[in-house]
Write a protein that binds this ligand. Structure first.
Ligand SMILES: [Zn+2]
Length: 479
């Protein structure tokens, strides 16, 4: 059989199913760990396609594992379907218009991520049946990527360990199956306890927890000069003590994110920042309690699997945008300030190898950036909980165009674009690319051993979950 033709033909047949998933999950737009409708819906689609579905895996009610086939290789595909608060927006509208009665929106495009990933699992499963090849597809439904460390918890609970390789994808303004790394981060809470007092009548009796926070943050700001360039330290006040300036505040809480190219460096940062917190407590006569409450490991792209997925994507092709998609995209370009518009047209024209006038008429990137081993030197400063999976299993992910160039993830503009036919085309392209990538691994199972060897050369088999024992999914922090 012609494997590529089989995937393309089956994809054409399943296209309405994938489109429906893209739009239905966009409508649901549920929060981290609250993705009940999205989860149930995807599970029902997978069951209809002959998968055996286990719900609530990893102790998370909105997670699932859907299996088809038998024996090795066992290939995982992870599907996300969580959305973000404050990013509700009308479909296709380039003017800010949240949907009445809605707060959450798919600003990171996880509606298309979920439908493309489930679509890929369905196509690969039909190929397994048709070809009679040995192998298993496991489609993992992975909730709460945004702020809940869903996959990190699932890995801790034993998920993904059965896999020989794992694929996923993410919406972007471009197409690729790149070997870019992502930074990891740890989350820690610093709770200061002091003594309250009348700030005017008897300040000498007070020990200010608010002073401790401020001294700690000043200390960390001085630390910034003495850490590696790619380190990022962000903080927020979860509790500033109170609203009355004439009270010495006795209780405050700071939340810190400590990002670095390797999770081991985040741990080092946590030690340094904890020392500063203890110093601040000493200076103010307060007590500090330090709790690590979550985190995600850095993402390790696997060169063998990235190349395989990239070759597959180059064969199945970028999203097949039509005039309706370009009409929607042009409205978003027109809504940009002149300088940004000029930049979008310049970078898009360069990516597609066309003139700026031509790109202005069709402002979506349709070229595919091929895999290049040098991509591993690029470290993206965003994080993903797929990073933890990448410590356990050789991983690769692809990107498909879901928006005009320059669009940031986590914006209402992205919510608006991924709810249109542009999102449908991206999910469809990702489904085909990942499915054909799976077929390539099923055809050459020796790739898995080679990929595993590469992974072990990087990790030496060492992995420590960034989530301490005793914290349950949805606890710690959920924003
Ligand atoms: Zn995302």
């Amino acid at each position: 059989m012609n494997d590529l033709q089989f995937i393309l033909d089956t994809a054409a047949e399943k296209r309405p199913v994938i489109d429906r998933m893209t739009q239905t999950i966009w409508d649901y737009a549920e929060p981290d760990y609250g993705e009940y409708q999205s989860c149930d819906y995807l599970v029902s689609v997978l069951e209809q396609e002959g998968f055996t579905v286990e719900k609530g895996v990893g102790g998370i009610p909105t997670a699932f594992a859907a299996r088809y086939g038998h024996g090795h290789p066992v290939i995982g595909i992870t599907a996300e379907y969580d959305s973000l608060p404050g990013l509700s927006q009308e479909r296709g509208n380039p003017v800010r218009s949240p949907l009445p009665g809605h707060t959450h929106g798919h600003g990171c495009g996880h509606n298309v991520l979920g439908s493309g990933a489930v679509g890929a699992a369905i196509l690969a499963r039909h190929w397994l049946e048709e070809s009679g090849t040995e192998g298993t597809i496991v489609c993992y439904g992975t909730p709460a990527e945004e702020n809940g460390f869903g996959k990190t918890f699932m890995l801790k609970a034993g998920c993904f360990r059965e896999l020989d390789a794992c694929f996923t994808w993410h919406p972007r303004p471009y197409n690729a199956s790149p070997a870019y790394c992502h930074v990891g981060y740890l989350v820690a809470k610093f709770t200061f306890s002091g003594v309250s007092a009348h700030a005017a009548a008897s300040p000498e009796k007070g020990r200010s927890a608010l002073d401790a926070c401020e001294l700690m943050n000043v200390g960390v700001n001085y630390l910034r000069e003495h850490v590696i360039d790619k380190a990022r330290m962000h903080y927020a006040y979860l509790d500033a003590g109170g609203q009355a300036p004439n009270v010495v505040q006795s209780h405050t809480v700071l939340l810190y994110y400590l990002r670095a190219p390797k999770i081991a460096y985040s741990k080092y940062l946590l030690e340094r920042v904890s020392d500063i917190a203890r110093g601040a407590a000493l200076m103010t006569g307060t007590q500090v309690q330090i709790e690590q409450v979550g985190g995600m490991s850095d993402y390790i792209p696997n060169p063998v699997m990235c190349r395989t997925l990239s070759d597959a994507y180059l064969a199945t092709g970028a999203p097949d945008f039509d005039e309706e998609d370009y009409r929607i995209a042009r409205r978003f370009v027109e809504a940009l300030p002149p300088e940004q518009k000029a930049e979008v047209l310049k970078s898009g024209a360069a990516a597609n190898g066309v003139s700026e006038e031509e790109f202005a008429a069709k402002p979506l990137i349709t070229s595919i950036i091929p895999f290049d081993p040098a991509q591993q030197n690029t470290i993206l400063t965003g994080s993903t909980d797929f990073g933890d999976v990448s410590y356990a299993v050789p991983c690769a992910q692809l990107n498909a165009t879901t928006c005009i160039p320059g669009t940031s993830m986590h914006t209402w503009q992205h919510t608006a674009m991924v709810g249109t036919s542009i999102g449908n085309k991206a999910a469809f392209a990702a489904a085909k690319g990942i499915a054909y990538g799976c077929v390539k691994v099923f055809r050459q199972p020796e790739l898995c051993a080679e990929a595993r060897k590469q992974l072990l050369a990087v990790t030496h088999g060492e992995y420590e979950s960034p989530i301490p024992d005793g914290i349950l999914p949805g606890e710690g922090i959920t924003l």
